[in-house]
Design a protein around this ligand. Sequence first.
Ligand SMILES: *Cc1c(COP(=O)(O)O)cnc(C)c1O
Length: 417
Amino acid sequence: MPVVIAPHTAPDALLRQDPEMAEVILGETRRQADSLQLIAAENFTSPAVLAALGSPLANKYAEGYPGHRHHGGCELVDAAERIAIARAKALFGAGHANVQSHSGSSAVLAAYAALLRPGDTVLAMGLPYGGHLTHGAPVNFSGRWFDFVGYGVDETTGFIDPSRVRALAREHRPKAIVCGSISYPRHIDYAAFRQIADDVGAYLIADAAHPIGLVAGGAAPSPVPYADVVCATTHKVLRGPRGGMILCGEELAERVDRAVFPFTQGGAQMHTIAAKAVAFGEAAAPAFTAYAHQVVANARALAKALAAEGLRITTDGTDTHLITADPAPLGVDGRTARGRLAAAGVVLDTCALPYAEGRGIRLGTAAVTTQGMSEAEMARIALLFTSALRGGAETARRVRAEVRELVGGFPPYGKLS
Ligand SMILES: *Cc1c(COP(=O)(O)O)cnc(C)c1O
């Protein structure tokens, strides 16, 4: 008997035709349900989103934009993209939305392409403090083609200090300032960044890849009123398909659209765009507002409980879904912690820690909240952490069993058989 998890995760056609790959997909589906998913950038997207992703829209070539395609037969995928654009604009109150970016990084690339020339100076959060690869990493196009200057966080509080950002902006006169991070757990003061950008005549680009889902649910401030261009992903807290999106005012619409296609991308992925539209529809429903607030409540509860277990929490807490912590007080660094937690079925990332030796750990509550967990489970998870971090095969086995028991009560796609 083949294992039936949910129709969208194991189509019969795949099981019959390619059992080798079907086994991998089923195995991964099981792994996701059978361990604790605390990677801050991940989530469980809905069966409806998965259905759109697996639809025959995947077959369609559609270079260009609705009404202006380089291919025939685009009437219905045009309708799909128009729905996605209208929903994104309404959800975020934006004058314009481009929903074609293949990923968050492609969205950032297009934002730079729309506003900058190679060699321009850009001020962004430095990578040791939580900047993304696309914020000037030497191994990335951004670091190769632009002259990045990095701002950091305050050494004592861990918060961004706008007066430091302003001083760097005045010193370096950047063409653009980027606000957004892969690990900053606090709200970003977009109004302060806007003032700094205006002060030096720079564009403001908000890379809201992480918090955009919280913005959709009203649980985090929106960058849309302040930034010239907002880049985002659709697959993190927002819970849509893997992909990117760009929001801006109407005055930059044409530059942004041309920067995506034809400048940095070819044909749009219409199945993904349809899936983005489904996710925007879900995010506009009242249930998503409740979800977004619960994500934050869970992260706050988990941060507090982990602090009580002895971990050092960056900025002493969180405003978002994201927690970064130094496990050093428990006698392990981030890498050892990730390994021991993985052995116990707890999946998370390591991250750079500002002003600390070694790496820390980064975790988030978007996925477990989608599964239906709340504050009580966060307290339990914190206890599992400290047991697992002590190490040893025996402890790992015991915690693994407890993790299985916990996640067994919150199946992401219904019960596994
Ligand atoms: C996740 C993330 C990205 C990139 O997203 P991909 O889809 O992985 O390319 C860009 N910027 C920030 C701040 C991110 O957190």
